[in-house]
Design a protein around this ligand. Structure first.
Ligand code: HAM
Length: 429
């Protein structure tokens, strides 16, 4: 039998997980700074949650969901994104009643989309996302965008491009929709069957079509920007003003519509311009979703958020050729020579770990020289050697691998000595 990982998924091996942990910690740190609190929701939900929120004419719902019938005949779906679940939880747990509003949430976990496999596009990927629910202040739109930008900046990315647009409020969208229908209707036969279905239900989705993207009518389609009513335009102006206050450069792209139905007002994407990032370009996407909480049975609580995949963040770091300075995490490698010393080594390794000193030893009865090589490879700061001589003197040989110096240290003061020299070492670093 030749069983491999399913297409579009990947194993993240121990040589790679260090990078993931660094990035995840950086993200959690930014969330602490901005006061977003983590929420963990199930990886599967009732299918209806996504058809109602993401929208039943979107590619995600129509083509990309992993939907299955469970043994109780319920239709369930592996979550393709996190906003729907966060908003469902917001309603279900009546977070709108919390004393502190807006409620600021973040999540980090696997999402699932049945997509065609290509660079930066996976069927299982990890999304980090935030949602601020309960405020229609344009300043929070800028906060949400600035959190996304600061994660990328802290990760060392420089070739970033922020693109924003306004999708307007419901009234603006209704007039735009009418204009879109009149624009496409006379030639709709030239479009794919998906677009034909979208025409009456959701003509905005036509602009997002991957099949018909080169049709000449796409270029001349009425732009949402021309249909923004006064209120929507004023809101957008304020978002831009706050971004300028935060010194965040942006471009406006009136064709940016996003692939999910719940958006209105602010929509944005962050792109990478790094050459090595190739055709992937989009790092993160988000926007405002006033009305979604109501759609899912809650009160009128406006929201905004974004999501990014960790996979693309790591690819962008690589594309910008940023070095990973992997810190060694091994303090001590313990070598016991001979049967009696081996027993001491086992005991000592255990004691070191109990004292929060990372320790490793050999379990293959290899020669001293080979064990020293292992210690080197693992980046150990110290090697402890115990032989019969040392055993007799109730001491060990402590070797500092950075300086090459070695001393006989009594077992009774060993741990203290390692702790003191480690703190000195850290201070010097
Ligand atoms: P989205 O644009 O569908 O928005 O996805 C956001 C990000 O998730 C993308 O920019 C990309 O980084 C990542 N992503 C999506 N699909 C894949 C894939 N197949 N492989 C790797 N990465 C992928 C949303 O999901 C919204 N929920 C964002 C949001 C939150 N809007 C408001 N709040």
């Amino acid at each position: 039998m030749d069983i491999k990982v399913p297409r579009g998924t990947q194993d993240i091996l121990p040589s790679e997980t260090g990078k993931w942990q660094v990035v995840e910690e950086l993200i959690r740190e930014q969330c602490r700074m901005y006061q977003y609190k983590e929420i963990r929701t199930p990886v599967f939900e009732h299918t209806e949650l996504f058809t109602r929120s993401v929208g039943d004419t979107t590619d995600i719902v129509q083509k990309e969901m992993y939907t299955f019938q469970d043994r109780g005949n319920r239709s369930l779906t592996l979550r393709p994104e996190g906003t729907a679940s966060a908003v469902r939880a917001f309603v279900e747990h009546k977070m709108f009643g919390y004393a502190d509003q807006p409620v600021k949430l973040y999540y980090m976990g696997p999402m699932f989309r049945y997509e065609r496999q290509q660079a930066g596009r996976y069927r299982q990927f990890v999304q980090f996302g935030i949602e601020a629910i309960g405020s229609a202040d344009p300043a929070i739109d800028a906060e949400v965008i600035s959190l996304a930008m600061s994660v990328y900046q802290k990760a060392g990315l420089k070739k970033l491009k922020l693109v924003i647009n306004s999708l307007g409020d419901t009234d603006s969208r209704v007039s735009h929709k009418t204009a879109l229908v009149s624009h496409f209707e006379p030639h709709i036969a030239e479009f794919c069957s998906d677009c034909q279905n979208r025409l009456q239900k959701n003509p905005l989705r036509i602009l997002d079509c991957k099949v018909d993207r080169n049709h000449p009518l796409m270029e001349t389609a009425p732009s949402l920007a021309d249909f923004l009513n006064e209120e929507s335009a004023a809101y957008f102006d304020k978002v831009k003003e706050y971004l300028s206050i935060l010194n965040i450069p942006f471009e406006i792209d009136t064709n940016l519509v996003r692939g999910l139905d719940y958006y209105n007002h602010t929509a944005f994407e962050i792109m990478s311009a790094a050459e090595g990032f190739g055709a992937i370009t989009t790092l993160a996407g988000g926007g405002r979703y006033n009305g979604l909480v109501e759609e899912l049975g809650g009160p009128n609580a406006p929201g905004i958020g974004f999501a990014m995949s960790i996979e693309r963040l790591l690819l962008a770091i690589e594309a910008e050729n940023n070095e990973w300075s992997e810190q060694s995490t091994l303090d001590v490698y313990v070598i016991g020579l001979g049967e009696a010393a081996k027993k001491k080594a086992v005991e000592l390794t255990y004691q070191l770990r109990q004292q929060k000193i990372t320790a490793e030893m050999d379990y293959l009865d290899r020669k001293m020289k080979t064990q020293m090589k292992s210690a080197d490879r693992l980046g150990a700061k110290y090697v402890i050697v115990i032989g019969d001589d040392e055993l007799e003197k109730e001491s060990v040989m402590l070797k500092d691998l950075a300086t090459g110096t070695q001393n006989l240290v009594p077992l009774s003061s060993l741990i203290d000595q390692i702790k003191t020299s480690s703190t000195q070492l850290e201070a010097e670093e």
